[in-house]
Write a protein that binds this ligand. Structure first.
Ligand SMILES: N[C@@H](Cc1c[nH]cn1)C(=O)NCC(=O)O
Length: 463
């Protein structure tokens, strides 16, 4: 049996003078019996295979940047523009993906996402020209967009409420290890067999995952593999459904949480981390890779810590994670960007700890969304929140490039310590906008979270 959330015990039992402790036994025993068991972990693992594949596909092009430049007879700079395209497709697909998720459920969506990513990777394998590779990347991005929110929806159906923040964190975090698949085994396979065979193999693996998911995944506990209520979802039509999900303060609060916390980490890992470390910190390429790799490990540590805090302290703990992570990022980036490099080890290490906390802190977005929306539009609401990080990351990545260009640093050979530090200041307007949005949405969201936990405790709420 899961204990009640600590800060809600405090608020409901003491602060407001309401009758004592929430009796956790009042949470439906039957639902808890079905949720969180071995089968739940098996279902989650299967969804995780899909998400690992998505993350591996997402980063496969940057991991093979030099080979890609040779294969398509183009420059790495042109290829890095694929990152924007991928982020753009991922972001615009979130609302359709959310609608489809509420209608068809995670099993079909994860399977369809894997098929799309396989098609995109296969197109890349045999594309004779760069423009076809662009289409391949767009197809990969659209498949990728279906996966993460489906995994989050599946977790919400299979695990008890109190364990969801930790399971969400583990989902987001373990999935990101998919990047390591593209950096190591995939690059190794490419060196061994060549471009076409490696991408075609990735396509084949994706199809196998799609079939396994279709055959074995179940959307929720019970006997039926599909969510039986799916057909009834969004009965009012697409636009009213979007309006309902977007009107929930928790959905918009989730959007701002995601918007505020994801971008520094994404910007470093996807595009500007290596140039910054080479130019400002005078790292070698190997040192830069090791630094960014250590960031992925730090993310995992933060994910476990934040998952525990967000589950036990849904009111104060989650807000603290969001303010704490973004505040630490702002302070440490200020210390690095206002003084010339290279910086002392303690400063770059602390910066890495702060930046890596952003990716899991963004996971709190999905806790707010889940605790303030009805299950019928949870997929759509999760998709809306998940757009936040893609928007902010693409704006920052573009902003850094524009600020470099404006200083005459239009190619890597022209990057200077000063130009790079000025360019990275592009992050600050986004933190300010994001934190204002979050602060405005937080009070109403917390009221919704309190209502949800009270309903759960009184047995009035069933997913
Ligand atoms: N920030 C991640 C989710 C996460 C990471 N750690 C805990 N949660 C995220 O938003 N991922 C979206 C995706 O598509 O990968």
């Amino acid at each position: 049996m899961n204990p009640p959330a600590a800060d809600l015990i405090f608020e409901m039992g003491t602060e407001r003078g309401l009758p004592g402790r929430i009796d956790a036994a009042s949470v439906s025993k039957e639902r808890d019996a079905q949720r969180g068991g071995i089968k739940a972990y098996l279902m989650w693992s299967l969804a995780m295979v899909g998400y690992l594949f998505a993350m591996a596909c997402r980063s496969s092009m940057s991991a093979t940047g030099i080979q890609a430049a040779h294969h398509f007879h183009t420059t790495s700079t042109v290829l890095s523009s694929f990152v924007y395209l991928q982020l753009f497709v991922y972001a615009v697909m979130q609302i359709p993906a959310g609608l489809l998720l509420d209608r068809y459920g995670p099993r079909r969506l994860i399977s369809a996402g894997c098929v799309l990513m396989s098609a995109g990777q296969t197109l890349l394998a045999f594309a004779p020209a760069a423009w076809m590779a662009v289409i391949g990347r767009a197809v990969v991005g659209s498949g990728d967009a279906l996966i993460f929110i489906s995994a989050i929806r599946l977790v919400a159906a299979w695990f008890p409420v109190r364990r969801l923040p930790l399971m969400n964190q583990l989902t987001g975090q373990l999935g990101s290890f998919g990047q390591l698949i593209s950096i190591y085994p995939f690059v190794w396979l490419m060196n061994l067999t060549g471009w076409s065979a490696a991408f075609a193999a990735a396509g084949g693996i994706g199809m196998m995952i799609a079939v396994c998911v279709l055959l074995f995944l179940a959307d929720r506990p019970g006997t039926a593999r599909d969510d039986g209520r799916a057909a009834a979802r969004h009965p009012a039509g697409i636009w009213p459904s979007i309006a309902v999900a977007a009107r929930q303060r928790g959905t918009i609060c989730g959007f701002w949480v995601h918007f505020t916390n994801v971008f520094s980490n994404s910007m470093m890992n996807s595009l500007w981390g290596v140039p910054f470390l080479l130019t400002v910190e005078r790292y070698t390429r190997q040192q830069a890779s090791a630094y960014l790799g250590a960031g992925i490990v730090m993310c995992a540590v933060w994910a476990v810590v934040f998952g525990r805090i967000a589950g036990i302290h849904p009111i104060h703990g989650r807000a603290l994670i969001v303010y704490g992570s973004s505040g630490a990022q702002m302070i440490l980036w200020a210390a690095v960007l206002t003084t010339s490099g290279p910086h002392p080890f303690w400063l770059t290490a602390t910066l890495l700890a702060a930046v890596s906390s952003g990716w899991p802190a963004a996971g709190v977005a999905f806790d707010y969304v889940r605790d303030s929306n009805e299950s019928g539009n949870l997929g759509l609401a999760t998709g809306i929140a998940n757009m936040g990080g893609s928007f902010s990351a693409s704006i920052v990545m573009l902003g850094v490039g524009v600020l470099l260009d404006m200083q005459g640093a239009s190619s890597p050979t022209l990057y200077t310590d000063h130009a790079m530090r000025v360019a990275l200041l592009a992050q600050y307007p986004l933190w300010i906008v994001g934190l204002v949005g979050f602060a405005l949405m937080l009070p109403a969201t917390l009221a919704a979270v309190r209502r949800r936990y009270a309903d759960i405790s009184a047995g009035r709420w069933q997913d």
